[in-house]
Design a protein around this ligand. Structure first.
Ligand SMILES: Nc1ncnc2c1ncn2[C@@H]1O[C@H](COP(=O)(O)OP(=O)(O)OP(=O)(O)O)[C@@H](O)[C@H]1O
Ligand SMILES: [Mg+2]
Length: 287
């Protein structure tokens, strides 16, 4: 009798091992997630909200001077993963991140690292433009001032101007710098938020659906800007628009239910996806 129970147990164990192996094989990301000389490296990243797992064993590099787009159905974990990259998840009660994320080889989850400084190096632009309730000038000057990046009013003025120029907004606002940032149009506000992010000299800019509240003209301006910013920064953009991902990014990562299913050159992902789930999504059969 005992032998039979043992045999049954062994069969059950073997079956669960097969299931686990199948699941692992299923979860393994298709495509090369590495890049030469990466700006950021993410290894075995997992995220939980309380007992619920939202991201499973994600490995992904972020290159220098590249735009990486993250796509996938609603709830697949794009924003969650993006927030791991500058520790914005730290601010969500019950959220736990494991694995390793490095910026230029330095562990960003190192207890000695100040998250405020990290967020200056890895800045974030949100879906809804969120200027501070301050003047246009102050929106941009605020970060450099708290981080002590300039030594005089003249230097700060110059930094505000260069940041607004890089964000493609200077000509539209140079005569009303003392007016509230909230008085600008949605597209202008989003460029103001980009100027604010640039002002503290980041290495990486994270953008979570930055154009979803904008009209097609404002969207086109931001997309052009993203392409220009690539010369100086690494950019990670979450988007629901596959056309936008195709237009602005060089690499694309496809997420599905917390797994990074496939990553590769944007052109390849959209013309020749290797995983069935990626293909279903980009051909509109899912999501
Ligand atoms: N603060 C939170 N508390 C608990 N669960 C959360 C929280 N934020 C996200 N989740 C859950 O984690 C999963 C991933 O959510 P996330 O917002 O990252 O998805 P997403 O891909 O950005 O979706 P969308 O395209 O709709 O923005 C979802 O199941 C979501 O319900
Ligand atoms: Mg999201």
């Amino acid at each position: 009798m005992n032998t039979m129970v043992e045999t049954m147990n062994r069969v059950t164990d073997a079956l669960s091992a097969v299931e686990l192996a199948q699941e692992r094989a299923f979860c393994q990301t298709v495509g090369d997630f590495t890049v030469p000389n990466p700006r950021m490296t993410c290894r075995d990243v997992e995220v939980w909200y309380g007992p619920k797992q939202a991201i499973r064993r994600v490995n992904l590099d972020i290159g220098r001077n590249e735009v990486l787009s993250m796509i996938g159905p609603s709830g697949c974990g794009k924003s969650t993963f993006l927030r791991c990259l500058n520790r914005m998840n730290d601010t969500i009660p019950g959220c736990r991140v494991t694995g390793s994320i490095k910026l230029d080889g330095q562990d960003i989850y190192d207890k000695k690292l100040d998250p405020v400084l990290l967020r200056a190096r890895v800045g974030m632009v949100f879906q809804k433009p969120n200027p501070f309730p301050k003047s246009i000038y102050e929106n941009v000057a605020y970060g450099p001032r708290i981080h002590g990046l300039t030594n005089s009013k003249a230097e700060l003025d110059e930094l505000v101007e260069t940041s607004l120029r890089k964000a493609g907004l200077w000509d539209e606002v140079k005569d009303r710098l003392d007016q509230p940032g909230t008085g600008l149009s949605g597209g202008q506000q989003q460029r103001l938020c980009i100027a604010r992010t640039i002002a503290v000299a980041p290495d990486v800019i994270l953008m979570d659906e930055p154009c979803s509240a904008l009209d097609p003209i404002a969207t086109a301006i931001i997309e052009e800007l993203i392409d220009e910013l690539r010369a100086n920064y690494s950019i990670v953009i979450v988007t629901h628009s596959m056309q936008q991902a195709a237009r602005v990014s060089q690499r694309t990562a496809y997420f599905h239910l917390g797994d990074l299913i496939e990553v590769g050159e944007t052109n390849q992902i959209f013309t020749n996806p290797q995983h069935k789930l990626t293909e279903d999504y980009i051909t509109g059969r899912f999501g």
